[in-house]
Design a protein around this ligand. Structure first.
Ligand code: PLP
Length: 361
């Protein structure tokens, strides 16, 4: 068996140690005589897995007690619809800062329910930068301000938490959650699908400041109500037990590796290595994002001659470097280098890029 380095944007690579443990436990888990996917989510055994996963995520991200943590199905996109339903009155204004594709998705999901306003938009500059905070047009009395901490496709990442005054800050952290220490207390809501940085697809983490759960929001079914999900401990209906368990193994792995401080150091080294190789290639490779807004998680890059793209993809795959094809919105290449991507993987990519340039430059 040979596992390649997988640069997929999501579902993305998982720590090998976690996959090995899941494999060992697949047929029979924890002495219960069945696998974890075959037991009741309401039984004492799974309840303990759920409790431990939440406790470990709270430790990992230093989540204060006045925040609830939910593990839900439906992905980040569902949360983009639930957020206006739960936290805004019908037709109330809500501000959106759009710095790439996923900010646009968020506003699209919200438009049915709220007066979703674009407070700032990086599209006119090709999403190569974050519009300066001084130019944002925030609405007085807005229900919340939403932004995308890391734009997975455009490779644009906020390196600071924006100050937006009294409105709760709602942030999509799908592709950068737990990549570095974060002051959770600055946020109203943090959400993220697990399949980028936390585990497998199928479970989404929502971290919500408890006072926001008192908001009336809009008419909605119980299953779309965060308050009900909190009361029901994320088990209003059958939760994605396997995905929850696997995410829990990732949290334990991250804690054992040294927690978010250690991942912040690794992520800084990995992204510096890759951007250094791109910028140092004399124009053979190119990344168009301004350096201060470059993502440490997703690195889109272009070859100087798109006619070489096919050869780059074919040869990189043969060299054991998977899924470097860029998102269809942008074309070119993209390397996603989340927490679970080892430094050796980025080194192998950089070595391959130099070698490819030598042969095709
Ligand atoms: C992947 C992604 C999403 C969409 O996630 P789903 O789980 O597919 O709904 C939303 N926002 C960001 C930043 C993402 O990276």
């Amino acid at each position: 068996m040979s596992r390649a380095f997988n640069f997929a944007a999501g579902p993305a690579t998982l720590p090998e140690a976690v996959l090995r443990q899941a494999q060992e436990e697949m047929l029979e888990w924890n002495g219960v005589g069945a696998s974890i996917v075959e037991i009741s989510h309401r039984g004492a055994e799974f309840m303990e897995v759920a409790r431990q996963a939440e406790a470990d995520l709270r430790t990992l991200m230093s989540i204060p007690d006045d925040y609830a943590v939910l593990f839900l199905a439906g992905g980040a996109t569902l949360q983009q619809a639930l957020i206006p339903l739960n936290f805004a009155a019908p037709g109330q204004a809500a501000d959106y800062v759009v710095t790439g594709h996923w900010g646009k998705t968020a506003i699209k999901q919200a438009r049915t329910y709220v007066d979703a306003r674009i407070a700032a938009d990086g599209e006119s500059s090709g999403f190569h930068d974050i519009p300066p905070r001084s130019e944002w047009r925030l609405t007085p009395g807005a229900a919340y301000v939403h932004y995308t901490a890391n734009e997975t496709i455009h490779g644009v990442e906020f390196r600071d938490i924006p100050d937006v005054g009294d409105a709760p800050l709602v942030a999509d952290f799908s592709s950068s959650i737990a990549a570095e220490p974060l002051d959770v207390s600055r946020f109203g809501v943090i959400y993220g699908g697990a399949q980028k940085n936390l585990g497998p697809v199928g479970v989404t983490v929502v971290i919500v400041r408890r006072d926001l759960l008192e908001r009336a929001g809009q008419p909605r079914a119980d299953i779309m109500n965060y308050r009900s999900h909190v009361a029901g401990e994320s088990m209003l209906n059958t939760p994605p037990t396997w995905n929850w368990y696997l995410a829990g193994l990732v949290f334990k792995w991250m804690l054992a590796e040294g927690g978010v401080d250690e991942f912040a150091r690794r992520n800084a080294r990995k992204s510096a290595l890759l951007y250094g190789a791109i910028d140092g290639s004399g124009g053979f490779y190119r990344n168009d994002v301004v350096p201060a807004a470059r993502s440490r998680m997703n690195v889109p890059f272009f070859l100087h001659d798109p006619a070489l793209d096919a050869a780059f993809l074919k040869e990189s795959k043969a060299a054991g470097l998977l899924a470097l094809k860029g998102h269809r919105v942008l074309g070119g290449m993209r390397a996603s280098i989340y927490n679970a991507m080892p430094e050796a993987g980025v080194q192998a990519l950089v070595d391959f890029m130099r070698d490819f340039q030598n042969r095709h430059g």
